[in-house]
Design a protein around this ligand. Structure first.
Ligand code: BGC
Length: 764
């Protein structure tokens, strides 16, 4: 049946030129080899060009180039009527090789889901996979074939603006999410017309840029790389990601885009990656600025020789490769291999069988691409609710009563564009529900909502100028023209009439974006002044934070009655946050990244290596590792998050105290919801290796389970520990376990844990 359908489709759409001499289209390697054999050098080089729509080249020119078979793929063209003529042009080319259409679909396409950190805060792998599935459904319906996602760069430095885009600091959690995103985008097979191909990025180590300053160098020991930073890319590849995007940074002295060890030895040979490798935007030309290539010819040679297949928004392959290959400076086989990967990708996307499988027929194009009916609001609301992290709740300030008078104050209370967060694809700000709208809907007919802006996101003109020149099509931040004092006075007067204050504060979305690195992690001064004035009213103060990175919240922790971290929660964020504020939904989010007390404390990640002189509180003459003028440890640890319920976890019990490498130990705990309402929490299992041949971390997350319990319900949970969970990279980078004692720690965050001890016995 499938063959017949494919034959029918092929007969309908595939250009006669393509079918003429080709072997059976169902035999990928023979089909692609035959095609490659019929391509000219220029046509081959054309396949390596990934062109930005809306970039330097006018669209008419792009169509001409496609008809000449000189473009392999595009990105940033996002609707079917735009993509169709391009595909038609490609099919008119001599060999009729289809193009593919890519785009940055990071946290939703038309329906904007919470940003990466928000998705990760849910620890709900199925829901995250579902968000990627919906993004793929919507993107494929717009004629798109590939996303430049997931972003799985481990981030331990919140100064880095792209922390927002990834899934936090932990190799295990990020790896689980990386695989889930790939499954969600691609389904069982990326040729499915309702799925798209995933291109995991940014390979590699982009999140470790020195000082958190974007595009800065990365210099890292192989041990740390293998142990902590590489696993998420590997997990995405093992889950079948069809593409890999190369990072803009250097890795140990060699830019990733020219790094043969990274792209060839590690990715292709050690990991066996068979898909397509894409450069990042303009990265081949940047090899000149990195100073590893003296001219464009050398840059192109270095990139292709290292293993960069397609060049994104970069002219050097086009200009230099033909001569490089003719002169023998780049072997024909190197070019052929790169082209084969691109053709295989198109094949795997199903485009040789039906180049219009996602573009569809013109008569079926949606009349309005932004129609409400195309959105998945219920899924977005459910995902957003579970992405919210309750950081404080003194005296059960939350949930709020619905018959209360609430003063909603703050620059982010009613800002639609900021609900979306950065990299919001084709998300439309006007379709986003703000907190003000969400609370108004929740209170309808009952309590009263008062609203004032209170302060601008920032009064720093330099920052406002920076945000407004970021690449968006309209100003990001439009400051209120009134004086800061006039805005404060209005807010304080309003607060005086209310039972409780909800302050929506944080960062404008552009502050947590590509290139938006920060030196400070506290709230901007204008908002700090607002919070101090609100605190002085003596009314209960609830903070709703919107931000794309951990912030330093010392004053806020001490002074707010409740704090809800909402990240940028997407198109349904306002409803979701209101659901939690008014108790319609019990919060269950857990931090996927530690919150530092101050910038000076960075990095604060939980799974740091052990020390000879660890900080020991209370030791006189304290020659231990600490900053003496500030408390040690994070303000909020990895894995932390409160609930309206009171979850209690028993001490772990082990099925045995010793295990042979081929055995397992079962760890059992009882989780009880001792609170008055149903809720969910995440039981986290960490391992600590007491002694090994290389220094091992304090603890490492190795398993977790998100559990929903009714009020009063108790459930026994069990986890299995096997030898593979005890492995690590040793000094010769072998992934091994070593016999000896381990501690297993269970908790509802990474710090408050209870532990038990067991021993791994040597192999007989
Ligand atoms: C970013 C990538 C992105 C690309 C295309 C680059 O600036 O680093 O993450 O996929 O642009 O938009």
């Amino acid at each position: 049946m499938k063959c017949l359908r494919q034959f029918a489709l092929a007969a309908l759409f595939v250009s006669p030129a393509l079918l003429a001499a080709a072997p059976s289209i169902d035999d990928r390697s023979a089909f692609i080899a035959d095609l490659l054999g019929r391509m000219t050098l220029e046509e081959k080089v054309g396949q390596l060009r990934l062109i930005s729509i809306g970039g330097d080249m006018p669209r008419e020119r792009i169509v001409e180039e496609m008809a000449a078979g000189r473009i392999g793929a595009t990105f940033n063209s996002v609707v079917r009527p735009d993509n169709r003529p391009m595909q038609e042009a490609a099919l008119r080319s001599r060999l009729g090789i289809p193009v593919f259409f890519a785009y940055d679909i990071i946290h939703g396409h038309r329906t904007t889901f919470p940003i990466g950190l928000g998705l990760a805060s849910s620890w709900d792998i199925e829901a995250i996979e579902n968000s990627a599935r919906i993004a793929a459904l919507e993107a494929s319906a717009d004629g798109l074939d590939m996303t430049f996602a997931p972003t799985v760069d481990i981030s331990r430095d919140p100064r880095w603006g792209r922390t927002s885009e990834g899934f936090g600091e932990d190799p295990y959690l990020v790896s689980r999410i990386a695989a889930a995103m790939v499954r969600g985008f691609q389904g069982k097979d990326p040729s499915d017309p309702q799925r798209i191909m995933a291109s995991v990025k940014h390979f590699a180590l982009y999140g470790a840029v020195e000082g958190g300053r974007d595009y800065n160098v990365v210099d890292m020991s192989p041990l740390r790389m293998y142990q902590d930073y590489l696993p998420p890319y590997r997990a995405a590849i093992d889950a079948g990601a069809g593409g890999v995007m190369v990072a803009l940074n250097a890795v140990n002295g060699v830019p990733a885009s020219a790094n043969k060890w990274l792209l060839d030895d590690l990715l292709r040979r050690q990991w066996g990656f068979k898909g397509v490798v894409l450069s990042d935007h303009g990265a081949i030309t940047e090899l000149l600025r990195h100073g590893v290539a003296a001219d464009g010819r050398e840059a192109a040679r270095l990139a292709i020789s290292a293993g960069v297949g397609m060049s994104m928004a970069d002219t050097l392959y086009d200009q230099e490769l033909p001569a490089l290959v003719r002169s023998g400076a780049v072997a024909q086989s190197v070019l052929d291999e790169a082209v084969t990967h691109v053709l295989n990708t198109k094949y795997d996307l199903g485009l040789f069988h039906d180049p219009f499988r996602r573009i569809g027929r013109a008569e079926d194009d949606p009349a309005d691409v932004n129609a409400e009916s195309r959105l998945h609001r219920a899924d977005a609301r459910a995902m957003a609710r579970d992405s919210l992290v309750l950081l404080e709740n003194r005296g059960d300030t939350l949930p709020l009563r619905k018959n209360a008078t609430v003063a909603l104050i703050g620059p982010l209370a009613d800002s639609q564009v900021d609900m979306l967060g950065s990299w919001s694809a084709v998300g439309v700000a006007e379709q986003a529900v703000t907190l003000r709208q969400g609370m108004e809907a929740a209170l309808a007919g009952q309590g009263k909502l008062l609203h004032a802006v209170g302060a601008n996101v920032t009064d720093d003109a330099r920052v406002i100028d920076y945000l407004n020149q970021l690449n968006w099509d309209r100003p990001e931040v439009v400051p209120d023209k009134r004086t800061p004092q006039a805005m404060l006075d209005e807010a304080v007067a309003l607060a005086a009439q209310a039972d409780v204050i909800v302050a929506a504060v944080g960062e404008a979305r552009g502050m947590s974006h590509e290139s938006s690195s920060r030196t400070r992690l506290d709230l901007p001064d204008s908002q700090q002044a607002l919070l101090r004035a609100l605190k002085a009213t003596g009314k209960p103060l609830v903070l709703v934070l919107m931000n794309g990175r951990p912030l330093a919240l010392g004053w806020e922790k001490d002074n707010a009655d409740a704090i809800l971290e909402t990240w940028y929660s997407g198109i349904e964020g306002g409803h979701a946050i209101a659901d939690v504020l008014f108790g319609e939904h019990n919060p269950s989010g857990k931090l996927p990244i530690s919150f530092p007390r101050s910038v000076g404390q960075i990095p604060t990640y939980y799974n740091h290596l052990r020390l000879g002189r660890p900080y020991t509180p209370g030791t006189p003459g304290n020659y231990t590792s600490q900053y003496f003028e500030e408390a040690t440890g994070p303000l909020y640890p990895f894995g932390y998050g409160l609930s309206y319920s009171d979850f209690q976890l028993s001490a772990p019990k082990l099925s045995a105290e010793r295990m042979h490498p081929d055995q397992r130990i079962r760890v059992s705990v009882t989780l009880k919801n001792a609170g008055p309402r149903p809720g969910a929490t995440v039981v986290q299992l960490y391992l600590h290796d007491e002694a090994a041949s290389v220094i091992r971390p304090e603890k490492e997350l190795k398993a977790f389970r998100r559990v929903k319990l009714e009020a009063g319900e108790a459930r026994e949970l069990s986890f299995e520990i096997d030898e593979s969970m005890l492995r690590f990279f040793d000094a010769s980078l072998q992934h091994v376990s070593e016999p000896g004692a381990f501690r297993v720690q269970l908790g509802l965050d990474s710090q408050a844990v209870q532990e038990a001890r067991f021993e791994l016995l040597p192999r007989p």
